[in-house]
Structure formats: C-alpha cells, structure tokens
Design a binder for this molecule. Structure first.
Ligand code: ZN
Length: 280
C-alpha cells in the first residue's frame, strides 16, 4: 500500500477538531498540530500502523532481549520513583516489550502486569520470563476498575493510534490517587529546532503522535487525570535514521550547555510526565 492510498487525515485524534496546521512535510508523510489541544499527529495516519509496529519490534526483539540483564540496575533505579505510591501493590506497564522492566518490578515485590501489542515480544515476556503479559491494547485487557497504583509507559506514547483513549482507560483502572507516568519525545526540544527534518524522531509511519510539555497537560486534563509534573531530559544529535546527515560543526560546542539549560527550559529530547487519578 502506498501513502497515496491512505485518506489524508486532518482531524485531531484527541479532540476531533479539524482546525490545525501542517508543521512539517516529509517523504513518508506529514505532521499536523491541532489548534485546539495542540496535539501533533501524523497525517495521513497509517492504516496498517499495528502491522508496522509488529514488524519493527519483532525485528528488534533479539536486541531488546539481550539487554534484559544489562539494564537491570537502570530499570531498578527508574522503578524506585514509584515506591511511594504502593498501596494495592499492582503495577502495569503499557508496551512492556520483552519484559525487561517488568521483570525488575516483580523482583521489587510488585504484582507486575504488562500489555504489549507486538505478539512476538509479549510471547517472549510470558514464556522466557514467566511474566503476566496480555497481547493487545490496554482497553482490550479489561482490567478491573481502581486496580493499579501505577501505570507507566516508556517510548510508547508516540506509537499510539489513540493516546486519549489509552489515558482514559488508565484513569479507569488506576486507584484514586494512583499515578500514570510516561516517557516520550519532545517536539519542543532544542534538537528538533536545530535539526529540522533530520530530527531523529520524525517518522510519520511509526511515531504517529508527537508531544510537547503543553499538549501532554491538555491530554491529561481531557482524560480526567490531574497533571502533577512534567520535565525533560537529554540533548542528542543524530540517529541511524538520519544516516548521511552531518551535525552542524558547532554541535559539539553547544550540546553540553543545551543539556544543562534543558533542565529549566523543558527543551530536552524526552518528555517525562506524571499524572494522578483524582481522589474523588
Ligand atoms: Zn485536538
């Protein structure tokens, strides 16, 4: 199927508004930004997104699986931030891939559950690590109401066809006061501004939504979650997808200062945000 076969989508996937502007056009699609809620979405939205993800993640599965043990301490450190929210002991990762982080969560005493759209990655987590992983969307998993202390995603929000629907489901399955945490890409980053069309996260066939510190707040609010905190991190230059592209000569000089400044300006490459289900 070629790009021309897809209907050009101009409506925001979160609020349905048709008012939006095209931000950038690339050889495999374009990105538009909703003028109402500021969400950035791929246009056209690939109809075969699930198959694209399945193929891409299956291809990388061996690499992810090989890192499971090597990343144990890093994952342990990341999961520590959730300890203060533990009441029911139930924790969910959306898009858990081969299960590296969930495996550590289980060792930390969590009742660790996962959902994973990629069938091969989910099967690996179940059979090789013995983890409780559902293959499919979080909406299809039918978890009970008010069940989880923590729901988190890592490098998943940009792949979601309908992020608002996922956040609304998180609101339902979180206990009152439970938290949702996500790590995703930052359209407002220094690197996107400097590298333009060479920015490594521009990939309308895979990264179908892009985020900013402002639009994640709007998305949380629309989903009925209280936004707690947003911060950003990392300032990197190029990526394999931009092979052949040379960073500007001054990049090495400014990268350090930009990384430092990003802590205050929220212009790092990655957005992390924390939201909470209201108590009542
Ligand atoms: Zn919108």
């Amino acid at each position: 199927m070629t790009l021309q076969d897809h209907a050009v989508e101009t409506k925001c996937t979160a609020c349905g508004s048709a008012g939006g502007v095209e931000l950038i056009r690339l050889k495999d699609g374009a990105y538009r930004q909703c003028s109402a809620c500021e969400l950035i979405f791929a246009s056209p939205m690939p109809e075969d997104l699930e198959q694209i993800n399945e193929d891409a993640f299956t291809e990388r599965l061996d690499r992810y699986a090989a890192k499971i043990h090597g990343h144990r301490w890093r994952n342990w450190w990341k999961l520590l931030r959730f300890s203060r929210y533990r009441k029911t002991g139930n924790l969910l990762e959306i898009g858990c891939n081969a299960g590296a982080t969930l495996d550590v969560a289980r060792r930390m005493g969590w009742n660790a559950r996962g959902v994973e759209l990629c069938a091969s990655a989910g099967a690996f987590a179940r059979t090789q690590l013995g983890l409780d992983v559902f293959t499919g969307t979080v909406e299809a998993a039918r978890f009970p109401d008010d069940y989880f202390d923590v729901v988190f995603t890592n490098a998943v929000m940009e792949h979601l066809r309908d992020p608002l629907s996922v956040l609304r489901e998180c609101r339902r399955i979180l206990r009152p006061g439970g938290v949702f945490y996500a790590d995703t890409v930052n359209w407002d980053s220094y690197t996107r501004r400097l590298l333009g069309g060479h920015w490594k996260y521009l990939s309308p066939l895979g990264h179908v939504h892009l985020y900013t510190p402002r639009n994640v707040m709007s998305l949380c609010e629309r989903a009925g979650l209280e936004h707690v905190r947003t911060w950003t991190s990392g300032v990197r230059s190029t990526a394999p997808s931009t092979a052949g592209f040379r960073s500007p000569w001054y990049w090495r000089l400014i990268k350090g200062p930009l990384s430092f400044m990003a802590h205050w300006t929220d212009k790092g490459d990655h957005i992390q945000f924390l939201a909470r289900k209201p108590m009542v």
